[in-house]
Design a protein around this ligand. Structure first.
Ligand SMILES: [Cu+2]
Length: 465
């Protein structure tokens, strides 16, 4: 097997080919539904590999077709399942109507092979989102079942030529360039940091180059679709600011810090970039830096540089901490974790049960979903969840149907108070408190977005009446 250093090093050589933001196309059926077919597809990922990789893809494309709509519009998608196993689509970060959330086993039945499902929902907030398979997602997302979902402002702040989507994935490939399927489901990955890849792509390509015009302002939408990799991204040379986290625009842009940008699995970050000279984005890992995308600056031939009107922040209901109901979530399990009695499907796990069931993590002593919710909220109630990570690993916790504020992060001096998020990172032994208004009725998943951790127990759900 190619080791991580060799493979990541491959992305160090920037491709000579200029890649513009890919044009995505859709078949729209006569009844107005976009059709998305999940099925097998081939694509060469590893440029020096011998073979095309056998992927699972939406409309035979990796990433899946880019869905672009405007805030307040309806999205109608007919999912057609041409896979060999059941599937569903989750619309990550959308404050969506519950029965359209796409969580197989909680908000809908999985769509069987040969079956279809019609998603029909309104997107309330402009921002950067994505969609992905939500049945056996540790397997289906790893094979390529995801795509960007971009909700434009009603009056877009940037035109299409100045709005760049950067979908970043890490794949685990074999020497010949095909997917390493044998390692899927490996309990070693499940009980450690999740299934990390050894090869990065951007919009399904190796190290693409995006041309920019000198001095002009661009929005760059970064989306981490990796199963488990927390990406530390060096953006030295990028002059600009952070406009949004997880799809929600900040009231005031933040300056891009000199430290690498930290983007966990499923998280997004929108940057405002204005460049005078070429610069790469680099993955920082174990002290090394690997360029995985380059922005190449061209003269704008004396044309006037357009003024930018910044996007404005949305209006989410602000949590009222004085009246909040507080719940505690203890995360336990995994390698090097303290042993805690764990129940799965109502039964205490012991001995060989862990290996047999693959349930090696737990929330409050329960692995995966139980019949009763973690908590039940009244609609409009402010909820505070105090999450205590009693494990030896970092996690990426995701709430469905709601964005939240991080109101306390143990040991941190970073001011996160202006940010809304749908996914937060929590370090080993760290305590984080989040707060949100439970305003969206239904049954909502709350889970680790390191997909192996979720499959191995880090899943719970809450109910809003
Ligand atoms: Cu995790």
């Amino acid at each position: 097997m190619i080791n991580r250093r060799q493979m990541l090093a491959l992305t160090g050589g920037i491709a000579a080919v200029a890649a513009v933001a890919p044009a995505f196309s859709f078949a729209r059926a006569s009844d107005g539904f976009f059709e998305i077919t999940a099925g097998p597809a081939k694509k060469k990922l590893y440029t020096d590999g011998d073979v095309e990789a056998d992927l699972w893809a939406y409309n035979a494309s990796n990433p899946g077709p880019q869905i672009r709509v405007k805030a307040g519009e309806r999205v109608k998608v007919r999912l057609i399942n041409n896979l060999e196993e059941p599937t569903s689509i989750h619309w990550h970060g959308i404050r969506i109507q519950n029965d359209m959330d796409g969580v197989a086993g909680l908000t809908q039945d999985p769509v069987p092979p040969g079956g279809t499902f019609e998603y029909d929902f309104v997107v309330p907030d402009a921002g950067t989102y994505w969609y992905h398979a939500h049945n056996r997602s540790w397997n289906q997302v790893a094979r390529g079942l995801y795509g960007p979902l971009i909700v434009e402002e009603v009056e877009p702040a940037f035109d299409r030529d100045h709005d760049i989507t950067v979908v970043i994935d890490d794949w685990r490939l074999r020497d010949d360039g095909n997917l390493d399927l044998e390692s899927l489901g490996n309990l070693m990955d499940w009980s450690h940091a999740g299934r990390l890849g050894n090869y990065l792509t951007v919009n399904g390509d190796s190290a693409p180059v995006f041309p920019l015009k000198r001095g002009e302002a661009y929005r760059v939408r970064l989306i981490n679709v990796a199963n488990a990799r927390v990406m530390e991204i060096g953006a030295d040379g990028a002059e600009g600011s952070i406009l949004a986290y997880d799809g929600q625009t900040l009231p005031e842009p933040e300056t891009i810090p000199s430290d690498p940008l930290l983007i966990g699995p499923a998280q997004r970050m929108d940057l405002l970039i204005r460049a005078d000279k070429d610069f790469p984005l680099q993955l920082v890992t174990r002290g090394d830096r690997f360029s995985f995308v380059e922005f190449s600056v061209k003269d704008n031939e004396g044309a006037a540089v357009a003024e930018v009107k910044l996007p404005t922040a949305g209006t989410l209901p602000e949590p009222d901490l004085s009246s909040a109901s507080t719940y505690t979530l203890e995360m336990t399990g995994g390698a090097m974790g303290q042993f805690v009695e764990t129940r799965y499907n109502g039964k205490v796990l012991e001995g060989e049960d862990f290996r047999r069931t693959g349930q090696v993590w737990a929330f409050n002593g329960v692995a995966n979903l139980s019949d009763t919710p973690f908590f039940s909220a009244k609609q409009g109630e402010t909820i505070v969840v105090e999450v205590r990570n009693e494990t030896s690993f970092v996690h990426a916790m995701h709430t469905h149907g709601h964005h939240f504020r991080v109101v306390e992060r143990e040991g941190s001096t970073v001011d996160e108070s202006a940010r809304w998020r749908d996914t937060f990172l929590i370090g080993p032994s760290q305590k984080v408190r989040i707060a949100f208004v439970a305003d969206n009725p239904g049954k909502w998943l709350f889970h680790c977005h390191m997909l192996e951790h979720a499959a191995a127990g880090m899943n719970t759900w809450f109910e809003v009446a």
